[in-house]
Write a protein that binds this ligand. Structure first.
Ligand SMILES: *[C@@H]1O[C@H](CO)[C@@H](O)[C@H](O)[C@H]1NC(C)=O
Ligand SMILES: *[C@@H]1O[C@H](CO)[C@@H](O)[C@H](O)[C@H]1NC(C)=O
Ligand SMILES: *[C@@H]1O[C@H](CO)[C@@H](O)[C@H](O)[C@H]1NC(C)=O
Ligand SMILES: *[C@@H]1O[C@H](CO)[C@@H](O)[C@H](O)[C@H]1NC(C)=O
Ligand SMILES: *[C@@H]1O[C@H](CO)[C@@H](O)[C@H](O)[C@H]1NC(C)=O
Ligand SMILES: *[C@@H]1O[C@H](CO)[C@@H](O)[C@H](O)[C@H]1NC(C)=O
Ligand SMILES: *[C@@H]1O[C@H](CO)[C@@H](O)[C@H](O)[C@H]1NC(C)=O
Ligand SMILES: *[C@@H]1O[C@H](CO)[C@@H](O)[C@H](O)[C@H]1NC(C)=O
Ligand SMILES: *[C@@H]1O[C@H](CO)[C@@H](O)[C@H](O)[C@H]1NC(C)=O
Length: 200
């Protein structure tokens, strides 16, 4: 109980300076898919919320791991239940929606790579909290995505994960998002719940 109280207190303190960091999804990708996420690289701290704002075209914001840039993180590493917007067709700015990714104690200081299913193979990728001094840089991630050309072998992964295992995990998470049970929640589970709950 005490540990839980301390965690909640820490979160509350952080919320006082919480920021909303907006990533616009769907810039003009005709000539340069790197522009699908603007900005492409975000630094976010505990209590902040990263808001993916789908403003143009048909895109996803799907978490990945560094080594497999265009595959949902959960498919690459089953212990990670990353965020996944699934396809958001904003048309020509006529159906704007958002996906909110809160930075919680479980994922603070964690590098979260992400991609757009439809442009990943052309460089439609980004990252939250990368360490650009390490060998895992945004430039390296983007180069890898282009080299692997979207890894067509997993062609239906984005929608499968959003409607499948990640969604069912998130339902479980809803009853344990606060209190002592928090400590058994692995990695980024809360993101999926928050993303689904705040979508639209
Ligand atoms: C997108 O970029 C291309 C190439 O630069 C340009 O021809 C096109 O008009 C742009 N579209 C929009 C909607 O800005
Ligand atoms: C695409 O946009 C990115 C980000 O603005 C820029 O760094 C890169 O040079 C552009 N690439 C091309 C081919 O224009
Ligand atoms: C998302 O983009 C739309 C269109 O540009 C804008 O009206 C809206 O305020 C943006 N939402 C956020 C949360 O920034
Ligand atoms: C969005 O893109 C996906 C994958 O390319 C496609 O299956 C889906 O039909 C598209 N959605 C719309 C509304 O065009
Ligand atoms: C999978 O992710 C966990 C962290 O969630 C990490 O500890 C583990 O090493 C990863 N496994 C592989 C094979 O990368
Ligand atoms: C998209 O919307 C912009 C601004 O409203 C308009 O100038 C442009 O012609 C539209 N493009 C299409 C393909 O409808
Ligand atoms: C994140 O890293 C900063 C700086 O290293 C540290 O002060 C902070 O306690 C860390 N936060 C969490 C939740 O691990
Ligand atoms: C970033 O990576 C470098 C090189 O691996 C390492 O020395 C440094 O401690 C890392 N920084 C953080 C904040 O983890
Ligand atoms: C890359 O993937 C696209 C879409 O799956 C495909 O049309 C194209 O031929 C591929 N390019 C290469 C060089 O494999």
């Amino acid at each position: 109980m005490r540990a839980a109280s301390i965690a909640v207190a820490a979160l509350t303190a952080a919320v006082a300076s919480a920021r909303d960091i907006v990533v616009t999804v769907g810039g003009n990708t005709t000539s340069n898919a790197s522009l699908v996420f603007q900005p492409q690289r975000i630094t976010a701290y505990l209590g902040d919320t990263v808001i993916f704002n789908f403003t143009q075209g048909n895109h996803t914001a799907t978490q990945a791991v560094f080594s497999e840039p265009c595959i949902p993180a959960h498919d690459a590493n089953i212990t990670i239940n990353g965020f996944n917007s699934d396809f958001r067709n904003a048309g020509n700015g006529t159906a704007v929606t958002i996906l909110s990714v809160p930075i919680l104690p479980e994922n603070a200081n964690t590098t979260m790579w992400f991609y757009d299913y439809n442009t990943c193979g052309q460089g439609g990728v980004g990252v939250i909290n990368s360490n650009e001094s390490s060998y895992e840089t945004l430039e390296g991630f983007e180069r890898n995505a282009i080299r692997l050309n979207g890894t067509g072998a997993h062609s239906s992964s984005a929608s499968r994960t959003a409607t499948g295992s990640a969604a069912s995990h998130s339902a479980t998470q809803s009853s344990s998002s606060s209190g002592a049970e928090r400590q058994v929640v692995a990695g980024v589970l809360p993101l999926v719940l928050a993303g689904l709950a705040l979508a639209l």
